[in-house]
Design a protein around this ligand. Sequence first.
Ligand SMILES: [Zn+2]
Length: 100
Amino acid sequence: MLVSWKETLESLQATVPLPFPVTVSRRKLSNGLQGYCKLLMNGTTKISIVVDKRLSESMQSDVLVHEWAHGLLTPFIYEYTDHGSMWGIMFARCYQAAYE
Ligand SMILES: [Zn+2]
């Protein structure tokens, strides 16, 4: 299925909003990193999601859904490389929001 980046982002924001303001950006990433999510706590708390802009648009959307699931776990989890059962539940919710 082909869902555009914009539609994916809008569906996620509407259906599974993150607990803090989020900045989503697309940049060139190195070291084979496709994307990341991190919590910024200098002053105001914000979530930053970055996706590798060299990926195809549908891959970028897939990575966004993946990182969004990490974002939903803030502020409970600080380890964003964890893909355990809590992340899995959040990922299912995000996947549903984006693709169903
Ligand atoms: Zn991850």
